[in-house]
Design a protein around this ligand. Structure first.
Ligand SMILES: *[C@@H]1O[C@H](CO)[C@@H](O)[C@H](O)[C@H]1NC(C)=O
Ligand SMILES: *[C@@H]1O[C@H](CO)[C@@H](O)[C@H](O)[C@H]1NC(C)=O
Ligand SMILES: *[C@@H]1O[C@H](CO)[C@@H](O)[C@H](O)[C@H]1NC(C)=O
Ligand SMILES: *[C@@H]1O[C@H](CO)[C@@H](O)[C@H](O)[C@H]1NC(C)=O
Ligand SMILES: *[C@@H]1O[C@H](CO)[C@@H](O)[C@H](O)[C@H]1NC(C)=O
Ligand SMILES: [Zn+2]
Length: 475
């Protein structure tokens, strides 16, 4: 653990991803990481040998990227398949919260496998934005923006200008919190219908999007998953010009199980089976209506999940940080000292105390403007002035006396960690069958959807030309 700093090798995973920081040339169509190395790497990562796993993983892809002209001739010859029944392209975007990349190998998932085998998949998963938490990531997927630009910098945060705190309850449907232009707004601004189902941000009216009840299902954790799927299916029974061209659907599983029991408990595996059966219900319903091969299904998750367990805590009491300075903590730390303190001095004091604190070497504190730029986590007053990056599997909490001794799962860590990755699977006329693409950040998805729908989207943090690397060309 003391030799090679794992962060150096793990960030190479990110740098070979297709994002704005790397290059403007399209990525190679295929990476050469063999399947077995993925499985091995996952095992190693889970057993804690993170550095080795990532060295192992990063051994081949850089060669692939060094050959930008690598082409697969069959896929070059392939064009998108024509619509047979629908009048125009339709996208259904499904989120399975906390669906860590690799979960699809834990149990039989015949329906997800169907989408993968007959669709296009991010071969080593979808890279979330930082912090790898639910609200920031769902809204980055919807807007194509990093968190400072879309405003949702964590699941709960303080806005000094508004002098108010955002939570789902206080801000879920108030547009003053939600910046950028989410897909549902883009679609209705173009004169089409869009339909949302509990997607974070969708309850806030924006532009021509008014969140009318028929097409905007508000958060309610009691609604059975079957009802969610069936609502989507019923939209296809509408007159064709009224069918929403963009629909989304949110499942809170398997995130909830991942938090409770960790990523490797049988309860989680069971939850995966249930998500798979909901995908099956959707596929079957679309087939019954004769539109399955016409519809674009995009299955994603917002982030992954890391196992956490007792004895991996870092206590804010040890760092002389009072509770009321702390805006968020757990798998990330956000501290806003009172105006009378210099944040730089507080960082210096914390760093000094961490040297002798229990597990202190597993937390690094930064002025937000000094964070690695790849995290895109400084350009907003809503981000705490002091941010702590927590090593995978560790947790920052206030006090020993609080008695946090659970074993379970957590996320919100640095997005360099493989455990934070989720999935991207696309199926439908614009997606090649059986194609694998290199991992990419979820801010690319907005432009993929607007490309499928043939509409012009708002400016995003996605990479120019990215959709061409994932989608089949049109005739
Ligand atoms: C892929 O699609 C083809 C054509 O619709 C179908 O025959 C086949 O069963 C599908 N494959 C899988 C694995 O679902
Ligand atoms: C911010 O709000 C709190 C109450 O929530 C109030 O006590 C405080 O005075 C406000 N600060 C400013 C600068 O308005
Ligand atoms: C939430 O959904 C349940 C189940 O469909 C329903 O009984 C309940 O009335 C809903 N609650 C709200 C606030 O709409
Ligand atoms: C830093 O630590 C010193 C010594 O413990 C203390 O006197 C000082 O107030 C601290 N400064 C800040 C900004 O926390
Ligand atoms: C992200 O996109 C927004 C909106 O176009 C832009 O203002 C911002 O500079 C971009 N940030 C980065 C890091 O590309
Ligand atoms: Zn979660």
């Amino acid at each position: 653990m003391d030799g090679e700093d794992p962060s150096n090798s793990t960030t190479s995973l990110l740098s070979r991803s297709y994002n704005a920081d790397t290059s403007s040339t399209p990525p190679p169509k295929h990476t050469t990481v063999p399947f077995i190395s993925l499985l091995l790497a996952t095992c190693l990562a889970l057993s804690g040998a993170v550095a080795i796993a990532f060295l192992f993983l990063s051994s081949s892809p850089p060669h692939a990227q060094a050959q930008p002209n690598l082409k697969i001739s069959e896929s070059n010859a392939e064009y998108s398949r024509p619509l047979t029944k629908l009048k125009r392209p339709v996208v259904i975007m499904i989120s399975s919260d906390g669906f860590r990349f690799g979960y699809q190998f834990k149990t039989d998932t015949p329906n997800i496998d169907n989408l993968i085998n007959n669709g296009t998949e991010a071969e080593l998963g979808l890279i979330p934005v930082f912090p790898t938490a639910t609200f920031p990531n769902h809204y980055s997927i919807a807007t194509g923006l990093y968190t400072p630009y879309h405003g949702i910098v964590y699941n709960n945060f303080f806005d000094p200008e508004l002098n108010e705190t955002f939570t789902r309850a206080t801000g879920g449907s108030d547009p003053k919190w939600w910046f950028g232009e989410p897909l549902w707004e883009t679609v209705v601004n173009h004169g089409f219908n869009a339909a949302t189902y509990m997607w974070p941000g969708s309850e806030a009216p924006k532009g021509k999007w008014t969140c009318e009840e028929k097409f905007c299902k508000k958060f309610n954790s009691s609604v059975p998953f079957e009802e969610r799927v069936d609502t989507i299916l019923e939209y296809f029974d509408m007159p064709s010009r009224k069918i929403p061209v963009f629909m989304n659907l949110y499942f809170p599983d398997p995130d909830s199980q991942g938090h409770d029991v960790g990523p490797d408990d049988p309860e989680l595996t069971e939850a995966l089976g249930r998500i798979d059966s909901m995908i099956g219900r959707l596929i079957q319903g679309l087939k019954t209506r004769g539109v399955f091969e016409d519809v674009h299904i995009i299955l994603v998750g917002d982030h992954g999940m890391a196992a956490i367990c007792e004895k991996k805590y870092i206590y804010l009491d040890d760092l002389a940080i009072p509770q009321d300075w702390v805006e968020y903590n757990w798998a990330i730390l956000g501290v806003r000292p009172p105006a009378s303190y210099s944040p730089a001095d507080v960082v210096a004091n914390m760093t000094e105390r961490l040297k002798n604190a229990e597990n202190g070497k597993h937390l690094k504190v930064y002025l937000k403007e000094d964070l690695p730029t790849r995290l895109h986590y400084s350009a907003s007053d809503r981000i705490s002035p002091i941010i702590g990056l927590v090593d995978e599997g560790h947790i920052v909490t206030q006090s020993r006396s609080a008695g946090d001794d659970t074993c379970g799962g957590a996320h919100a860590y640095d997005n360099k960690y493989f455990s934070m990755r989720s999935i991207f699977i696309g199926h439908g006329p614009r997606f090649a069958r059986g194609k694998k693409v290199p991992s990419f950040e979820n801010v690319e998805i907005y432009n993929v959807v607007t490309s499928i729908l043939n509409i012009k989207g708002a400016p995003t943090n996605g990479t120019d030309g990215f959709p061409n690397s994932v989608l089949l060309p049109q005739h």
